[in-house]
Each structure stands twice: as C-alpha cells, then as structure tokens.
Design a protein around this ligand. Structure first.
Ligand code: RIB
Ligand code: CA
Length: 317
C-alpha cells in the first residue's frame, strides 16, 4: 500500500502537537509532504517553533515545516494562552528545535506542492484557523484539482461553542477563511466539537500513555496533563476533549467514526454568532451537502490507536 500524501496545517497547541506525533508515527500509511503553521492558539512565531519541536521529538527532522499567516484574513487575531499556556505546548520542556524552518511561505508551499501534484492526490489536514488554506485557494483556485479530501478540525452544533456561546475557536478566529473552504467543492470531513468532546483525555487514558517508554509518549502525557486542567474545570469532566488528533485518527482508522453528509454554512455577519457553524444535520435547509460531519466515535478505540502508535516509535528515547 502506498502512503497517502498529506499536508498538515496547524496552530500547535498541545492537541495539534499530539496530532503531529500521531501522523509521524504512521510513515507506511501517511506521507507528510509538509507541515504548515498558522497563528491561532498562540502567535505564529510559537506555532511554527512548536511544530518543529514535535518533528524533533518524533525523530523526523527531515519533515519540511513552513510558517504561514500571522493573522486571519479580515479579523484581528484571537489566541488561547489561557487554554494552552504561554508557549502553546506547556507540559513539556521547551528547547530550540533542530528541525529547520523552511524559508518559503506556507501559502506558497501549499500552492507549489498542489500545482505539481496529480489530480485528487493530496489530503489537506487543517487543525487550526483556515487562513492558510483559504488564502492558497483564493490565490490559485486550480490547486483544488489536486486535493483528494480536506479533513479538518472545527465547528460545533449540538455541543455549542467553546469560545463564544455559538462558535468553536478555529471557526471563530477566521470565519471568512472557513467560508471559502466550506464552499471549495472538494470532499470535506469535519471533526467538530460534537465528536471531539466524546474523546476525553481522562486520567486512565493519560496514565496508559504515561506508561509508554518512548519520547513521543512522554511528551504526549506531559502535554495532556497540562492541557486537561483548563477544560476539566470548565466542563466538569475527567479530561479535556482531544480535538485535533481526530483528524489523523480518521485517516488511519475511519471506522472509528460515524459521520453524516450534510450542509454546513458559517456566520460571517453577526458579531453575536460570528463563526457559528450551521450544521444542517436533518437536511431541512434544502442546501446541498458539502461536508461529512463527524457525530460519533469509538473513544476507547481512538485511545487504543493513539497509544499503540505512540508505543511504536523506535529509537526515540
Ligand atoms: O476548538 C478547538 C480547536 O481550536 C483545536 O484545534 C485547538 O487546537 C484550537 O486550535
Ligand atoms: Ca488546533
């Protein structure tokens, strides 16, 4: 089986970081063409550094990492240090990465890589605000011909918003970018809060990861212990929802998830409901379906996958 080519666009953030470790643990199944970074959880200078640090921890200093947009298309940047800590990946020791930052801008990389790729061959995996993806599509719409699928983390319906009553963070930070991506016409799988809140990093699951003797597992446990403190208190549950790794878990084991093909539109006018994702789960709008909305997941199977892949890292002590 040939490895599936993917580009991960992210704003590490502990959950983005764990998603990178999960992706880099599966070289036979996923070929990471590049990691592009965007401002979101923390400013761009930190998200790009954090992505490079994950490549070091994974023993993959060969993976090209690019810095992209430092602010949304139209709105001012919102960050989330209250959730992720000042570094964005509090919970592990922060050292200067060995993995270099590529000189090319992330948007240029996305365009160049897709322009030279075969039809419908590359999967995009955005787990932060969609600014880079939207900017690339707007600048060069023909790149969409090379996109096989977009597997994104973002949005909320039944769960409600996590940053405003109506909106999930990624969609709120750059709703205009999300509108462009949702209308792009390529297959979309959307991992929203409705499903990510079903994969809580509870104490037993973190303890299981903590017991794995690899550097990526130790880093994951440390990040989860920090990352869980905020949301455990906010939601009154044992553990935080592990949002972004739902994307790579879908690519590795899609049968873990249940999805519904439906229409998703996003609010870009009202400040009260800015970034709200109107997920037409029951097909009442008459609008064409444009995304596969994840609505359920085998949580134990998800953590089995994550733990097994973290344990499979060889040579990273
Ligand atoms: O709302 C959760 C999402 O926003 C996750 O991707 C998290 O990393 C932040 O980017
Ligand atoms: Ca993220």
């Amino acid at each position: 089986m040939t490895a599936r080519p993917i580009i991960i666009d992210c704003d590490p953030g502990q959950d983005d970081a764990i998603n990178l470790l999960l992706a880099l643990a599966a070289p036979d199944e996923l070929k990471v063409l590049g990691i592009t970074t965007v401002a979101g959880n923390v400013p761009l200078a930190l998200t790009e550094r954090n992505a490079r640090l994950m490549c070091d921890i994974a023993g993959r200093t060969d993976v090209p990492v690019f810095a992209g947009s430092d602010k949304p298309l139209q709105r001012s940047l919102i960050t989330a240090e209250n959730v992720h800590g000042r570094s964005g990946i509090d919970g592990i020791d922060i050292v200067p990465p060995v993995t270099p930052l590529q000189p090319m801008h992330a948007i240029d990389f996305i365009i160049e890589k897709l322009e030279s790729a075969a039809l419908e061959s590359v999967t995009l995996v955005p787990t932060g605000p969609l600014t880079n993806i939207a900017a690339a599509i707007s600048r060069q719409p023909s790149i969409l011909e090379a996109v096989r699928e977009i597997v994104l983390m973002g949005g909320a319906m039944r769960q409600g918003g996590n940053t405003t009553p109506s909106a999930e963070f990624n969609m709120l930070v750059d709703p205009h970018a999300a509108k462009i991506v949702l209308a792009c016409g390529r297959p979309i799988v959307a991992m929203g809060l409705d499903v990510t809140h079903k994969v809580l990093a509870n104490s037993a699951r973190v303890a299981r990861i903590r017991a794995i003797d690899t550097a990526p597992a130790r880093a994951t446990a440390g990040m989860l212990e920090y990352f869980s403190r905020h949301d455990s208190k906010k939601y009154g549950k044992d553990g935080a929802p592990l949002h972004d790794p739902c994307t790579i878990a879908w690519l590795l084991q899609p049968n873990l998830f249940e999805t519904r093909h439906c229409n998703i539109e996003i609010e870009v006018e009202s400040e009260l409901t800015m970034g709200h994702t109107a997920v037409d789960f029951w097909g009442v709008s008459g609008r064409a379906a444009n995304a596969h909305w994840a609505c359920d997941v085998d949580a134990e199977g998800f953590y089995e996958l994550l733990s097994n892949r973290l344990a499979a890292y060889e040579g990273t002590q």
